[in-house]
Design a protein around this ligand. Structure first.
Ligand code: SAM
Length: 297
C-alpha cells in the first residue's frame, strides 16, 4: 500500500486552491461537481474492497480527489477523463502516484475491453469506482453492464433517484426497466446517501453511492437477451396500463391479443397485472415462452 503523500485533494480549501491556481472553470454540461470530503471517499473505496492485487477504473477523475485515494489502495488505477483542460492539472496532482494512468477520452466512445486488455491484464479483480457525471449516468452504467466487461464490481456515486431505481424491488414505485437491467447483471445495493454540501459546486439533486456486485452469470436464464430487454421495455412503456395493453401496443399488435393472452396464461401470469409487479424470473419465463411460441425472435 502506498504511503499518504502530502495533503488530500478532497478538502474544500485544497480544491479551491487547485481550481484557482489553474484558472479552471467548471462545465455544468460535463457534470463537473467535485467531491471535497475525504471520509466519503474512504467509504466509497471501502465498498469496492480494493487491495494491492486489484485494479480500479475511474470515470471522470476531475482534479484527482478520488483518483489519489484509489492510487493509495489499488495496485493500478486507470482514470478516463473527457475534459482536456483537466489533463495538466491531473499531471500535477497525481504526480506522486506512478500506479495511476490517466487516459483522455469519452468513456462512451472508448473500447473498454481493449483498454482492460492493454492496461490491466494480470489483475484478477477489476472494479469501476467513480463519482459519475450525472448527465450520462444511465448510459455509462448500461455500457459497463451490457458489454460484459471482466469487472467484479461497480461502485459509483450517482443521483439518489437513479440509485433508488436501480436497487428497487418489484411492486415499488421506483421499479422499472433500469432495475431489471441492472439486477439481471448484478446484485445492487445502495451503500450510502451523500449530501449535496460535500461537492463544489453543489449539485441540485441528492446523491447516493450504489454498489453493483457483478454476477458470474445473469440472474435468470433467457433464450435471447435482446428479446428479454425488448419485452421488459415494452412492459414498462406506459406504467398505468396492464401488461396485456403494453404488450399489444409496444411489442406486438392488437390482432395478436388472443395469442398474447394464451402465452401469459401458459406461464401463469394474469394479463391484467402491471409490468411493475413482475420479477426477473417472470420476465425470463415470459420471454422464453414468447420465443417458443415463435412470437419473438
Ligand atoms: N472524480 C472527481 C471527483 O469526484 O471530484 C470528479 C467527478 S465529476 C462528478 C465528473 C467527471 O467526469 C468530470 O471530471 C467530467 O469532466 C468527467 N466526464 C464527463 N463526461 C465524461 C465522459 N463522457 N467520459 C469521461 N469523463 C467524463
Amino acid at each position: 500500500m502506498m504511503e499518504q503523500t502530502g495533503k488530500d485533494i478532497a478538502t474544500p480549501s485544497r480544491t479551491r486552491d487547485i481550481v484557482e491556481k489553474h484558472g479552471f472553470s467548471f462545465k455544468k454540461s460535463l457534470g463537473q461537481n467535485f467531491l471535497t470530503d475525504t471520509n466519503i471517499l474512504h467509504n466509497i473505496i471501502d465498498a469496492a474492497d480494493l487491495s494491492e492485487e486489484s485494479a480500479a477504473i475511474e470515470i471522470g477523475p476531475g482534479i484527482g480527489a478520488l483518483t489519489e485515494q484509489l492510487g493509495r489502495r489499488a495496485g493500478k488505477v486507470v482514470a478516463i477523463e473527457i475534459d482536456q483542460r483537466l489533463l495538466p492539472i491531473l499531471a500535477e496532482t497525481l504526480a506522486p502516484y506512478p500506479n495511476i494512468e490517466v487516459v483522455h477520452g469519452d468513456v462512451l466512445e472508448l473500447n473498454l475491453h481493449k483498454l482492460i486488455e492493454e492496461k490491466l491484464s494480470g489483475f484478477k479483480e477489476i472494479s469501476v469506482v467513480a463519482n459519475l457525471p450525472y448527465y450520462v449516468t444511465t448510459a455509462i452504467l448500461m455500457k459497463l453492464l451490457e458489454e460484459r466487461l471482466p469487472l467484479s464490481s461497480i461502485v459509483v456515486m450517482i443521483q439518489k433517484e437513479v440509485a433508488d431505481r436501480i436497487a428497487a424491488k418489484p411492486g415499488s414505485k421506483d421499479y422499472g426497466s433500469l432495475s431489471v437491467a441492472a439486477q439481471f447483471y448484478a446484485e445492487a445495493q445502495v451503500a450510502m446517501i451523500v449530501p449535496a454540501s460535500v461537492f463544489i459546486p453543489r449539485p441540485n439533486v441528492d446523491s447516493a453511492v450504489i454498489k453493483l456486485k457483478i454476477r458470474d452469470k445473469p440472474a435468470v436464464d433467457v433464450l435471447d437477451e435482446a428479446c428479454f430487454f425488448r419485452l421488459v421495455r415494452a412492459s414498462f412503456a406506459q406504467r398505468r396500463k396492464t401488461l396485456l395493453n403494453n404488450l399489444q401496443n409496444n411489442l406486438f399488435t392488437k390482432d395478436q391479443k388472443e395469442q398474447i393472452i394464451q402465452v401469459l396464461e401458459q406461464v401463469g401470469i394474469d394479463p391484467a397485472r402491471r409490468g411493475e409487479t413482475l420479477g426477473l424470473d417472470e420476465y425470463a419465463a415470459l420471454t422464453n415462452a414468447f420465443i417458443r411460441a415463435k412470437m419473438l425472435q
